[in-house]
Each structure stands twice: as structure tokens, then as C-alpha cells.
Design a protein around this ligand. Structure first.
Ligand code: C5P
Length: 400
């Protein structure tokens, strides 16, 4: 399954800021993800880096001047503007932001932006005082109102040694925002997809919980894949070590009961629910208010009560319901039974004993079973790709 950046054409505008070095990494990552990158450097940027730096990485055109006779596109800078799927300006210094806000076209970059209809992402990078200045703030606001995505800037230590808001956000975040911009009008635009992820934790006392080995990776990957095709994606997440994905709302919960409440609330206006969370089937009847002492006894008996089945109980107008069945034996029979019992449209049967599958790893091997008896066996693939294949099916169900 290709990356959402594969074959897409990106104009990377780079302006004069010490954060330029991060633009080299960004150009490299975009190129590695399969994008074709056209680079436009302002004169300020060429004080820090040369066109050769970028050209060696992107193997594509690097433009510095509208009138440069050496440049492949110099005679027709409009061509670069027109073929762009998205324009990313990173780092964007105060001067370029001001020019963009007011519609100047006095260099190759501002001219390209003005001549293009592609979405624009701007990652400001400058001294904190320059960023906080009323003039810059007004200019940034003007761009935002016009639909430009403003990435950051981040708070932290800057090249000057001062600490403040003005650091360019990391390339990884800009890449996520680029995927979002490219997928904005995708097949799931206007749809809300709720995904549960992670393993719930059931408290025994204030410090101990009954937990499980779910990493949350599968659910997070599905939500990112939904986001990348234009959906409004929400993760109801039990504790995980994963960072919140860019452009996805994350509702954090602990126990199965909390997850149920959050999932039901989110499903009121959702189109689909994908339960990828490992929900504890049981919880302690009572959780001790104080930390349990070791005491005299050699044993500790805990009484458990059953948790509600969130997926089985979830309902909504036309809600498409998708489950996972993590099994270690009789994979298809058990998954089929769950599909029926829980009233699902689709279930991903997941043999957790198969190599590269299941918890913690970045890959998974699943079989998709549907209500009509359809069986689609997918090869071992990344969890993001599993998410894509699963969402292809959800899209079809939504289009009924
Ligand atoms: O635990 P089980 O194998 O029945 O889980 C199958 C599906 O049901 C999974 O998608 C899981 O997230 C969901 N589930 C749930 N509430 C539970 C248990 C499981 O929604 N209490």
C-alpha cells in the first residue's frame, strides 16, 4: 500500500532562518516517502544552504530566482505553482510571512504561492520577539483566516540561546500536516470515525491495576489512516506510550467503564466505530481506597465482575461497527461468532500467535470477515496498511 505522499508533488519553500537545516531533513523524508519535491529557496535561505544541498537529496528542480536562466522552470514559474499538490514553507521567516499576508510577488517563492491554488502549510521560525510582534501576529492571523495551515512555532531554546516561542516544528509533524492537507477532500471527507485503542486498566487499589499487553498501535494506525483520507478521526484511548497523532482528537480513558462512556458519547454523531482496544473482560468488584498491605496472609483473593461489552452495546443511526478478534486458536470460527454476537458489519480476525502479528509490533496479519460471509485474507503488512484495507471496506459499507 503506497504512502499517502507517494507520487504527490510538493513545493518546499525555504526562507532565511537558521532552522534551514531542518528543511534538509524534511526534503529528505518527503522524498523517501515517494513525493516529488520542487524546492524554492529565497535569497536569505541561500546564505545558509546551497541549491546543491537540496538538489542532491530531492533529485528535482531547485529554484532560487524567477529570472535564473539556469533553472529548469525559470521561464515558467507558473508551471511549478500549477503542478503543486501542496506548498510547504519551512522554515518561514517573518519577512516571507509578511509578504505572503499582503500578496507580494517579488521573489520565486512568493510568486509561486500567489500563482498556485494548492493548500499551503507555513512553519514559522524566528526570534521569539519577532514572532510575538503585533505585525507578525496580524500577518499570521491573516494567513490563517485565508485557510493557510500554520504549523507551530514551538516553544523552547532557540539558536540565539534565548528561550521562547519561535522554534520551527519538527519535520515529522510537518509531514503529518502535509498528509492531512493532501487527504482533506479524500473519500472519507465529512465522515466521523471513532477508534478505540490500547488496553484498559482496572484498578485493584490506588497503585495496582489489572492490565493487558495491548500497545495501542493498531488503533492509532487506523485513526491516522482515516485522517489521511479526510475523516474526522477520534481515538478513545486507554493508557498507551504512544504520542497523540497530529490532527486526531484523543480522548483518554482508564477503565472499561470509562471507555464505554466515552465511546458512546463520541458515537452519537459518528459514522463508524472501530474497536481496536483490548477491553478488560473483568474488573475487581471493589477497588481498595488505600494501598493494599502485604499483611500476614500468603494469598489474596480478588473477586471480579464482568465488564459491559462496549462494541455489542454500541448503537447509533446507521453506525458501521467493526471489531477485532485477537485469537490464539480457532481463529475464524471464534471471529465469526463474535461478528454475529456483537452485531458487527466487519471483524478483523487476528492470530496473535503468528509471527509479526498482534501486540506491540508495527505489523499485523488479519483476516476480514463480513456479515455476508465474505472472507478477505490479508498478508502481513504494516498496521497503517491494515488500517487502509479495513477502511476501504468501511468506505464501501458507508456508501451503501
Ligand atoms: O474480547 P473480545 O475478543 O470479545 O473482543 C472482540 C471485540 O470486542 C474487540 O473489537 C474489542 O475491542 C471489543 N470488546 C468490547 N468490550 C468488551 C470486550 C471486547 O468492545 N468488554
Amino acid at each position: 500500500m503506497p504512502s499517502p505522499l507517494e507520487g504527490r508533488r510538493i513545493v518546499l519553500g525555504v526562507t532565511g532562518s537558521i532552522a534551514c537545516f531542518k528543511a534538509v531533513d524534511l526534503a529528505s523524508k518527503l522524498t523517501q516517502a515517494g513525493a516529488a519535491v520542487d524546492v524554492v529557496l529565497t535569497r536569505g535561505a541561500t546564505n545558509f544552504l546551497t541549491p546543491l544541498t537540496f538538489g542532491s537529496i530531492t533529485h528535482g528542480p531547485v529554484v532560487t530566482d524567477v529570472y535564473d536562466p539556469q533553472s529548469e522552470l525559470s521561464m515558467d514559474h507558473i508551471a511549478m505553482a500549477e503542478r503543486a499538490d501542496v506548498i510547504v514553507i519551512a522554515p518561514a521567516a517573518a519577512n516571507t510571512i509578511a509578504k505572503l499576508a499582503w500578496g507580494f510577488a517579488d521573489d520565486a517563492l512568493t510568486t509561486t504561492v500567489l500563482a498556485s491554488q494548492a493548500p499551503v502549510i507555513v512553519a514559522p521560525a524566528m526570534d521569539a520577539n519577532m514572532y510575538e510582534h503585533a505585525a507578525t501576529q496580524e500577518n499570521v492571523e491573516k494567513l490563517r483566516e485565508r485557510g493557510v495551515v500554520i504549523a507551530g512555532p514551538a516553544q523552547g531554546r532557540m539558536a540565539s540561546g534565548l528561550v521562547g516561542r519561535g522554534r520551527m516544528v519538527e519535520p515529522a509533524e510537518i509531514i503529518e500536516l502535509t498528509k492531512i492537507a493532501l487527504g482533506k477532500n479524500g473519500a472519507m471527507a465529512g465522515r466521523k470515525i471513532v477508534v478505540s485503542a490500547g488496553g484498559t486498566e482496572e484498578p485493584l487499589d490506588p497503585v495496582r491495576v489489572i492490565a493487558n499487553r495491548s500497545s495501542g498501535k493498531m488503533g492509532f494506525a487506523i485513526a491516522e489512516a482515516a485522517r489521511d483520507r479526510g475523516a474526522s478521526a477520534v481515538i478513545v484511548s486507554a493508557p498507551t506510550a504512544l504520542p497523540d497523532p497530529v490532527g486526531v482528537r484523543v480522548v483518554k480513558v482508564g477503565t472499561a467503564l470509562q471507555m464505554r462512556d466515552a465511546v458512546f458519547a463520541e458515537c452519537r454523531d459518528a459514522d463508524a466505530l472501530v474497536m481496536a482496544a483490548a477491553v478488560a473482560d473483568w474488573r475487581p468488584v471493589t477497588a481498595a481506597v488505600q494501598k493494599m498491605k502485604k499483611g500476614e496472609s500468603d494469598t489474596w483473593t480478588i473477586e471480579l465482575t464482568k465488564n459491559p461489552d462496549i462494541l455489542a452495546e454500541a448503537s447509533g443511526d446507521q453506525l458501521v461497527k467493526v471489531g477485532f478478534a485477537a485469537e490464539s486458536e480457532d481463529l475464524l470460527e471464534n471471529a465469526q461468532a463474535k461478528l454475529i454476537d456483537k452485531g458487527l458489519h466487519l471483524i478483523a480476525a487476528n492470530d496473535i500467535t503468528s509471527p509479526g502479528s498482534g501486540f506491540a509490533v508495527d505489523t499485523n496479519k488479519v483476516v476480514l470477515l463480513d456479515r455476508e460471509g465474505g472472507v478477505e485474507e490479508l498478508p502481513l503488512m504494516s498496521k497503517y496498511d491494515v488500517g487502509c484495507r479495513l477502511l476501504d471496506r468501511v468506505e464501501r459499507l458507508l456508501g451503501r
